[in-house]
Ligand binder design. Structure first.
Ligand SMILES: Nc1nc2c(ncn2[C@@H]2O[C@H](COP(=O)(O)OP(=O)(O)OP(=O)(O)O)[C@@H](O)[C@H]2O)c(=O)[nH]1
Ligand SMILES: Nc1nc2c(ncn2[C@@H]2O[C@H](COP(=O)(O)OP(=O)(O)OP(=O)(O)O)[C@@H](O)[C@H]2O)c(=O)[nH]1
Ligand SMILES: [Mg+2]
Ligand SMILES: [Mg+2]
Lengths: 292, 279
């Protein structure tokens, strides 16, 4: 573990006498290594290590009997400070319905998360409507309808011949007529570099002015997380992020990368394939996980 | 991607190391490759900065084994291809594309819909089968995947299919009960045809970071992988993690996915892959 490697590093360094700044720099290489192996983006690690170093070359590390523990504490605090600080809740509209848009790369978990979120919001007393906004993927509409029926949750669909902005508009009107106060729009997975499809998302946003746009990101995403998050944020102005598939053993460094580069909070985490597997984000647990 | 320079200096090596890390090759591998590169630059007495990156590409290409490792589809049929991987990486879509590729080469293809778990997985695969014009063998949702695999193989034999491609449900490699299910499918196929499955392909998403190594390791321990399909290379991710997988597990990349259409599947080319890391 990082704690053990840091202890070994400091043991060697202290055996030569009192610790100095360059000793700490040597030990910090272990932290950098841990963050990169956890898939935190290279540039994000660089910036993060600057902040850590500033605090780590102070007297509470240099004079400490347990410098490794001090450094871990500093790194952990910095991670939690960076990733935390916001409540994991959806921005509710002052006048219903609240409209939520789920966006992200192919296969990230948008459709499954849409259903999970609907279930969660219903438990909180809302009346959600799921909207089948993916008109491209084979059987995408069917997939959302199956999940909706598993939850006994209504699903709005206009088939795959209408365009997503029109579908979103009609879904919002339908929700108003049927007394549903949360509309969750599932969209097709797309590359952030696909001009046409990013424009389509912008068109949906302009049409129905969502209260919440959530970027769904796979926890195993590597260095590319910053490119994806940055582009989606620049085009759409995200409100939050959902990190999925955290029930695996991915360290999840993408969480730090995405937060660092967009400033948008991670609001929920997906922890399984079942529809009850959605939790609010805990920055301290994420920090532990990233540090390994 | 590499800045134009006059001299071979430390900043060049640092820049190359950064590019490799950002390509998801992993810090340790990037550092090792830079060390090898320094040695080669000295040995070959290279003086021009512009010659360094092509040399690094050459070193990477060497690691990837040089010859392109095609699918072994030239044995008497049916050749059985089992497709596995974690959730959402592109298994089902890849199977549609692979069926199309084989059919275009004159082969009779059958698909086995052994993902009986995920919502509308069977319907999704049936649409692909319809697009390509190949039969899809399926049971009802919730059926035993091994039973579907078994029936698909019987159908492939009875209909004289050249290739049988079996779709499986996405599963995290850390879930031992799901890995056991995969082993059972493998055993069922092996009992019917001693060399089956002839190909066990792990589908990896190019956007995946270092976790891909854990995925490859555990799927390989469960069912002895013969190759990797690296998908979503049409994005900005480089998929550099396959270099580490090649080095530590000796599993070659055989195919790459470069889009969501029927035709977006290519045979892996190490030279092109190495070059793309730096562009
Ligand atoms: N283990 C696990 N699997 C998940 C989680 N979230 C989603 N999945 C699975 O990931 C796969 C992809 O999920 P989808 O909901 O289809 O992803 P998507 O983003 O809608 O995909 P596209 O519409 O094709 O872009 C499915 O097999 C899901 O069951 C999670 O938190 N944990
Ligand atoms: N851009 C791009 N998208 C791809 C590629 N391969 C697959 N996809 C997309 O990735 C998403 C997931 O593909 P699937 O084939 O459903 O993935 P899967 O591994 O079968 O998913 P599960 O069965 O849920 O585990 C779909 O939206 C596909 O269109 C590719 O090479 N490039
Ligand atoms: Mg979807
Ligand atoms: Mg599938």
């Amino acid at each position: 573990s990082l704690a053990e490697r840091l202890q070994d590093a400091f043991k060697k360094l202290k055996s030569k006498g009192k610790l100095n700044e360059s000793d700490v720099d040597l030990a910090l290489k272990e932290v950098r290594r841990a963050l990169l192996s956890a898939d935190v983006n290279f540039q994000v690690v660089k910036d993060f290590m600057k902040r850590v170093r500033e605090r780590a070359v102070g007297h509470d590390v240099l004079d400490s009997l347990t410098p490794a523990q001090q450094v871990i504490k500093i790194v952990h605090d910095e991670l939690v400070g960076l990733m935390g600080g916001e409540e994991s809740k959806i921005n509710m509209a002052s006048k219903p319905p609240t409209v939520i848009m789920m966006v992200g790369l192919q296969g990230a978990g948008k459709t499954t998360t849409s259903a999970k979120l609907a279930r969660l919001l219903r438990k909180q007393g809302r009346k959600p409507l799921l909207v089948a906004g993916d008109i491209y993927r084979p059987a995408a509409i069917k997939q959302l309808e199956v999940l909706g029926s598993q939850l006994d949750m209504p699903v709005f669909s206009m088939g795959d011949k209408q365009r997503p902005p029109a579908i979103a508009r009609a879904a919002k009107e339908s929700a108003i007529n049927n007394g549903q106060d949360v509309v969750i729009i599932d969209t097709a997975g797309r590359l952030h570099i696909d001009e046409e499809l990013m424009e389509e998302l912008f068109a949906v946003k302009s049409e129905i002015k969502p209260d919440e746009i959530l970027l769904v990101v796979d926890a195993m995403t590597g260095q590319d997380a910053v490119n994806v998050a940055n582009t989606f944020n620049e085009r759409l102005e995200l409100d939050g992020v959902v990190l999925t598939k955290l029930d695996g053993d991915a360290r999840g460094g993408a969480a730090l990368s995405v937060k660092a580069v967009t400033g948008r909070p991670i609001k929920f985490v997906g922890i399984g394939e079942k529809l009850d597997a959605l939790e609010t984000f805990h920055p301290n647990r994420m920090a532990d996980r990233i540090l390994g | 991607l590499v800045k134009v320079r006059k001299n071979i200096d430390e900043s060049l090596y640092e820049e190359l190391e950064e590019i490799m890390i950002e390509a998801d090759m992993g810090a340790d591998i990037a550092i090792d490759l830079v060390e090898n590169l320094r040695g080669e630059v000295r040995q070959r007495k290279i003086k021009e900065a512009v010659e360094v990156t092509p040399l690094l590409q050459e070193l990477i290409q060497d690691v990837l084994g040089g010859e392109n490792q095609a699918l072994m589809l030239n044995v008497p049929g049916p050749v059985v291809v089992m497709v596995v991987g974690v959730n959402g990486v592109g298994k089902t879509t890849t199977i549609g594309k692979l069926a199309y590729m084989c059919k275009s080469q004159g082969q009779k293809v059958i698909i086995g819909a052994a993902d009986t778990f995920r919502a509308a997985a069977i319907e999704q695969l049936e649409i692909w089968g319809h697009r390509v014009g190949v039969d899809v063998i399926k049971h009802q949702h919730g059926a035993d995947p091994a039973a579907v695999a078994y029936d698909s193989l019987q159908a492939a034999k009875a209909r004289n299919a050249d290739v049988l491609i079996i779709d499986t449900a996405g599963r995290l490699h850390t879930k031992s009960n799901l890995m056991e299910e995969l082993k059972k499918i493998y055993r069922v196929l092996r009992r019917e045809i001693p060399e089956a499955p002839h190909e066990t392909l792990l589908v990896l998403d190019a956007t995946t970071g270092q976790n891909a190594i854990s995925q490859a390791k555990l799927f390989n321990e469960a069912i002895d992988l013969t190759g990797i399909v690296l998908t979503k290379l049409d994005g900005t991710a480089k998929g550099g993690v396959i270099i580490g997988i090649n080095e530590s597990l000796n599993i070659p990349v055989k195919l790459i996915g470069i889009g969501e259409g029927l035709d977006d599947l290519r045979v892996f080319d190490a030279g092109e892959f190495a070059a793309a890391l730096f562009t």
